[in-house]
Design a protein around this ligand. Structure first.
Ligand SMILES: [Zn+2]
Length: 424
């Protein structure tokens, strides 16, 4: 299956991203992306990347998924006026985990532009792989911020890909369940979501192996719940057969891969024990299928390890070897005392027994056996306009012209609120 030849790898970076602050003491640090970029440049990887500057998305683009009132609220709210908006802050879950900060809306526009613009590049066959380390904010809901995420760029990028692609696969290796993306596409067979995450007494609490989708989407949400201490060997043993089976049964023509780095060993909020090689092994396996892929960032809270991970994965995507000895860079002091790319794992116990991993893998393979192999292969007739994924059947709703991601996509009428439909 492995595609030969060099891939055209595009890369999004906007230096502004690093200037946003969630607030003092908040674990989310947007300047992780600036640190990553600095390492990418100092390793000399940058010259092999095709840098793209997408058009900044408008608020209208964001309402392809998010509700108008939520997007308007994000445009309006500032640290100075927030006392006037106490009801909306509570309603939209903004204020605590997802704080109000200066430039909040511009921040969401920037990272989302990278993802939607990256999807548009894949659609136009301008790249084989697109990287946006500032994206991957997978928890945001239609009308609610969640888990440090405000606008769900993963969902918006997938909607963009659906204009051209009949079937899109979303893979999530962040330690947290990719709940916002799963929820958005829970009732459709055109998007398969597959998340590997810590489950049980852990944010966001969803992602049971039994949560497989509803209606036409039944069998198209795949969840691998895991326990503390997941290591490289176990991760590879569960990831490869499940993803291999998905590629065989679902045969996506585009992939979105969320590479949250909080599944690495020693993460401030995580509890897995993956090395960079274990984490990047997932990236390398997905790449081996040669399907157009949008690679996104996500979580990652031990500051020195996130740039290590995403820089290494950039090298893997470029098929470039990079030295373990870190080049001098603007953040050199963060990487002491050994100043190496790779980091040690710990001796923590892996609470995922071989038996558990094998049994869960078999459960998921059985679910995948039950879906229709390569469903809906009818010829594409244009863009997917007018799409609202919320509980709406988008399988046959493929009408309207492709607006290239910049058009005005008016959603008329209220669609079902998936949140209530999904209530368990
Ligand atoms: Zn996470």
């Amino acid at each position: 299956m492995s595609a030969s030849g060099k891939k055209r790898v595009s890369y999004f970076y906007d230096a502004e991203i690093g200037n946003y602050h969630y607030g003092q003491g908040h674990p989310m640090k947007p300047h992780r992306v600036r640190m990553t970029h600095n390492l990418v440049v100092n390793y000399g990887l940058y010259r092999n990347l095709e840098v793209y500057r997408p058009k900044l998305v408008s608020h209208t683009n964001l309402t392809r998924f998010h509700s108008d009132d939520y997007v308007n609220f994000l445009r309006t709210i500032t640290p100075d006026n927030m006392t006037e908006f106490s009801r909306q802050l509570a309603r939209f879950n903004v204020g605590e985990d997802c704080p109000v900060f200066d430039g909040l809306f511009e921040f969401t526009q920037l990272y989302t532009s990278g993802s939607i613009g990256g999807a548009a590049r894949l659609n136009a066959n301008q790249s084989d792989i697109v990287i946006n380390w500032s994206g991957g904010l997978h928890h945001a809901k239609k009308a609610e911020a969640s888990g440090f995420c405000y606008i769900n760029d993963c969902v918006l990028a997938i909607l963009e890909l659906l204009k051209k692609h009949q079937r899109v696969l979303y893979i999530d290796i962040d330690i947290h369940h990719g709940d916002g993306v799963e929820e958005a596409f829970y009732a459709t067979s055109r998007v398969m979501t597959c998340s590997f995450h810590k489950f049980g007494e852990y944010f966001p609490g969803t992602g049971d192996v039994l949560d497989i989708g509803i209606d036409k989407g039944k069998g198209y949400s795949i969840n691998f719940p895991l326990n503390d201490g997941m290591d490289d060997e176990s991760f590879e043993k569960v990831f490869r057969p499940v993803i291999g089976k998905i590629m065989e049964r679902f045969a996506p023509t585009a992939i979105v891969l969320q590479c949250g780095a909080d599944s690495l060993s020693g993460d401030r909020l995580g509890c897995f024990n993956l090395s960079l090689k274990g984490h990047a092994s997932c990236v390398s396996y997905v790449k081996s299928f040669g399907v157009p892929t949008l690679v996104l960032g996500g979580g990652g809270y031990t500051l020195r390890n996130v740039p290590r991970c995403w820089t290494y994965e950039t090298s893997v995507l470029l098929d470039a070897e990079i030295k373990d000895c870190l080049p001098y860079n603007d953040y050199y002091e963060y990487f002491g005392p050994d100043y190496r790319l790779h980091m040690p794992t710990s001796n923590m116990t892996n609470l995922n027994s071989q038996k558990y991993c094998e049994e869960t893998t078999i459960k998921l393979l059985n679910i995948l056996d039950d879906i229709e192999a390569v469903p809906g292969t009818q010829i594409e007739s244009g863009g997917l306009n007018n799409v609202t994924p919320k509980g709406m059947d988008i399988d046959d709703d493929d009408k309207g012209a492709d607006d290239g991601g910049n058009g005005d996509d008016k959603r008329e009428g209220k669609k079902g609120d998936l949140k209530t439909e999904m209530a368990k």
